[in-house]
Design a protein around this ligand. Structure first.
Ligand SMILES: [Zn+2]
Length: 236
């Protein structure tokens, strides 16, 4: 379950910061920072996976497994938006992005649908149609360059995630999808959101309740992050 925004956000305020960002490519001397965002938490449990397992607890387990798997890597620093069953507003998640200035933001969710046949995992990014056309002055051109760079990186990571998740989880014929998710509003952070199957689908639910599943999914996501960052262990 996720939240989308209605009105496109103006990019004007960010232009100075964005110009700086242009000179800070991923893979420079310092470690790449990955901000993992387990969906929901606290008073908001998200969708129910089983009697005792909520989306909030499940996504936290995945995030912790990914963090554990990537710990000690030379070129990667993993940060979580929440490390317990905490209330965390969407605004707080966006603030965490401003604070950490990550090279990659990965939000984790579990889907639910009215159609019980809907199944499989889904990977979202903002998409190239996600922001309005700006007037063509110098600032707009710079902003477009940043926007395209960030979207290209989001798209590149999304494709890598699909590749690594494919052996773990069927997705039918769904490719990388775009949607105006609230957590995609930060214009300088490559960001994707992963919906790890539908709790409303019997087959998916069975998979989600399998005790080996969180580790397998975390392994796939961790490998995808390594590949994206060009870190040791990744296969670019
Ligand atoms: Zn959710």
């Amino acid at each position: 379950m996720t939240y989308r925004f209605g009105k496109p956000h103006g990019l004007l305020l960010f232009s100075a910061v964005l110009l700086l960002f242009l000179s800070l490519p991923l893979g420079s001397a310092s470690a790449a920072v990955v901000l993992l965002d387990p969906g929901h938490g606290g008073k908001d449990p998200g969708v129910k996976i089983s009697g005792s397992l909520s989306e909030a607890a499940f996504t936290l387990e995945i995030a912790k497994n990914v963090e554990k798997r990537l710990k000690g890597g030379k070129n990667l620093k993993v940060v979580l938006t929440r490390s317990g069953d905490d209330d965390l507003s969407l605004d707080a998640r966006l603030k965490a992005m401003e604070r950490e200035k990550p090279d990659l933001f990965v939000s984790l969710h579990v889907n639910a649908g009215f159609d019980r046949k809907a199944s499989g995992f889904e990977v979202y990014y903002l998409g190239f149609g996600g922001t309005p056309e700006a007037p063509a002055d110098g600032g707009a051109i710079a902003r477009d360059m940043v926007k395209n760079k960030v979207l290209n990186e989001s798209n590149r990571f999304g494709q890598i995630v699909l590749k690594h998740l494919d052996p773990q989880f069927p997705r039918g014929n769904r490719n990388l999808r775009d949607a105006p998710m609230v957590v995609f509003q930060n214009p300088s952070t490559p960001a994707v959101l992963i919906e790890m199957g539908f709790t409303t689908n019997q087959e998916d639910r069975k998979r989600l309740q399998d005790p080996n599943f969180p580790k397998a999914i975390a392994e796939a996501i961790a490998s995808a992050i390594e590949e994206f960052a060009g870190a040791p262990g990744g296969k670019p």
